[in-house]
Ligand binder design. Structure first.
Ligand SMILES: NC(=O)c1ccc[n+]([C@@H]2O[C@H](COP(=O)([O-])OP(=O)(O)OC[C@H]3O[C@@H](n4cnc5c(N)ncnc54)[C@H](O)[C@@H]3O)[C@@H](O)[C@H]2O)c1
Length: 311
């Protein structure tokens, strides 16, 4: 158990980072670093110290990062579409930003737990995907995650910085953004709650491996605590496939709004199927606890409450 430590969460005003920060702030000192590019300060836990800083700015973050016991690095340009439009900017935030944290940790003693992505695999048909598959990203976003993973491993091997990379699959839960680039679940829930049709691109038989955010937090804590995880990469998912059509129908049932489903042209570049092999992270003691259904119920409750507050 991580207790009485100094924890830094980059991107802690965003979706996943805020859940990590809330969980750890119960028993530790938590510092959130975020420039509020997509995040919202109110997402961070009230007890945490908030530093509004850009991870590209080494001087602004070095002191606190080098004092930390653990750094959970979630800050990034997270939109694949944005990365295609702005590859250089994405590389600066996602790769130089990560390098800045690694540099600062060389001066300190803390461990880095890095939010990588299933995007490193690209459209690989060898499902379920093992970490040993050769990365072949299809976007600048995916390239930045592969590069960062390599930097983590190299800093571990060359300079002894304890690091671990977690390849998240499709994460969902409260506080996830619902703009056009956000995850399909937050988009579907928001449309269903407004009684608008859910738009499926293609036939709806494409699959994704969804995981509720609280299970992702648990994976982060296990990876942080395990010394044998150092220098390595792990998939973080439920290890199951759900079709987008099943998902849409489940959301319509849970929201109870009778929203309809419409089918549109498949989007170029979308991968057909995705599923992780999670046997490696299971060896660290990980077991997903949240079914998709229970996670969806919690997420719908949260979006409903938020709609009441803002209406
Ligand atoms: N949500 C998913 O399904 C998913 C899947 C795979 C990987 N990931 C990774 O998980 C991490 C968290 O993603 P999320 O879904 O919570 O996204 P998010 O957009 O909610 O969070 C990202 C946070 O980073 C902050 N940020 C962006 N640029 C910054 C900068 N230059 N300096 C400081 N802060 C900056 C944003 O303001 C935001 O609060 C990201 O690294 C993302 O690539 C997410």
């Amino acid at each position: 158990m991580i207790k009485n430590k100094l924890i830094v969460v980059t991107g802690g005003a965003g979706f996943i980072g805020s859940h990590i920060a809330w969980e750890l702030s119960k028993e530790n000192d938590v510092v959130v670093i975020d420039n509020l590019y997509t995040g919202n300060k109110e997402n961070a836990p009230p007890g945490a110290k908030f530093i509004r800083a850009d991870i590209r700015d080494y001087k602004a973050i070095a002191e606190v990062v080098s004092a930390a016991d653990y750094v959970f690095h979630e800050a990034a340009i997270v939109s694949v579409v944005e990365s295609i439009e702005k590859p250089l900017f994405t590389d600066e935030v996602n790769v130089i930003g990560t390098l800045n944290i690694l540099r600062a940790l060389m001066e300190g003693h803390g461990k880095l737990i890095f939010a990588s992505s299933a995007a490193v695999y690209g459209d690989n048909p060898n499902l379920p995907l093992k970490e040993s598959e050769k990365p072949k990203p299809l976007s600048p976003y995916g390239v930045t995650k592969v590069s960062s993973e390599h930097y983590l491993r190299v800093f571990h091997e060359l300079y002894g910085v304890p690091t671990v990379s977690l390849r998240y699959f499709n994460v969902f839960g409260p506080r996830q953004g619902a703009n056009q680039y956000a995850g399909v679940i937050s988009i579907f829930i928001n449309r269903a709650l407004k009684g608008e049709p859910l738009v499926i691109f293609g036939d709806g038989k494409q699959t994704r491996d969804f995981i509720y955010v609280k299970d992702v937090v648990k994976a982060n804590l296990l990876a942080a605590e395990s010394r044998k995880a150092n220098g390595r990469v792990f998939n973080v998912a439920r290890g199951e496939r759900t079709t987008i059509l099943e998902l849409a129908m489940k959301i319509i049932e849970i929201t109870g709004t009778g929203a309809s489903i419409i089918f549109d042209k498949p989007r170029p570049g979308d991968i057909r199927h995705s599923q992780a092999d999670i046997s490696e992270i299971r060896k660290l003691g990980f077991e997903p606890e949240w079914s998709i259904e229970d996670g969806l119920k919690k997420t719908v409750e949260w979006y409903k409450r938020r709609a009441e507050v803002t209406s």
